[in-house]
Design a protein around this ligand. Structure first.
Ligand SMILES: CC(C)(COP(=O)(O)OP(=O)(O)OC[C@H]1O[C@@H](n2cnc3c(N)ncnc32)[C@H](O)[C@@H]1OP(=O)(O)O)[C@@H](O)C(=O)NCCC(=O)NCCS
Length: 180
């Protein structure tokens, strides 16, 4: 998928180092990421290959350089929750507000629906007006607030949850599966 001078494609293990580079400042400097330690390149490669098979992992390119990524993972590893996916997105700060996030998430949500996922859910550490507005602009609605669940940088943080329907409420036709 290509929009303007940014493009979106499925990720592979070869994109792991670039994804770590995008992710690093959000782990080290903010509570947006819930992680304390930056994942290694090999750990990132394992996440990419694992989630690409069961859910999705996409990268955003600008001038043929990876400047963002979006993925989905299980909301919880329980059979009755298998049709709900938790989404995440990180775009290099130097590339914000040029439509890259929308390009990534539009393709992510399209592919998740194609696999048979019914609900996309995002947990957003507060405050994060950019992410709140971004998710609202893509049709996510407020689902609730977990208060003071995240301890990072010597303080407790709230996590707001937002969700969006991907498909209807009919009975699932089997487990989510790769797009043919
Ligand atoms: C949230 C994020 C992914 C948005 O990516 P982006 O590429 O900058 O977003 P886009 O340019 O596609 O913006 C799409 C829309 O989102 C909303 N939006 C994005 N950034 C915004 C901001 N700073 N303030 C208000 N609205 C914003 C707007 O509605 C925007 O449309 P517009 O530019 O036509 O007004 C990006 O800010 C980011 O990576 N933030 C840090 C990581 C993060 O918070 N990830 C989400 C964790 S839950």
């Amino acid at each position: 998928m290509r929009a303007g001078d940014v493009s979106v494609r499925g990720a592979s293990a070869k994109d792991a180092a670039a994804c770590v580079a995008v992710y690093r400042p959000y782990v080290e400097d903010t509570a947006i990421s819930w992680e304390i330690d930056v994942p290694t390149v090999s750990e990132m490669a394992a996440r990419i290959t694992g989630l690409r098979d069961t859910h999705e992992w996409l990268v955003l390119e600008h001038d043929d350089r990876v400047v963002g990524f979006a993925y989905a993972q299980p909301l919880k590893r329980l059979p009755a929750l298998q049709w709900s996916a938790e989404t995440g997105i990180y775009v290099d700060a130097a590339q914000h507000r040029i439509g890259g996030g929308v390009a990534l998430y539009t393709e992510l949500l399209r592919r998740l629906a194609g696999r048979g996922y019914r609900r996309a859910v995002a947990g957003i550490t507060q405050p994060n007006e950019a992410s709140n507005a971004f998710h609202r602009s893509l049709g996510f609605d407020d689902a609730g607030l977990y208060r003071r669940v995240l301890w990072k940088f010597g303080g407790w943080h709230d996590v707001a949850w937002m969700q969006r329907d991907l498909l209807d409420d009919g009975e699932p036709d089997g487990a989510p599966r790769p797009i043919e």
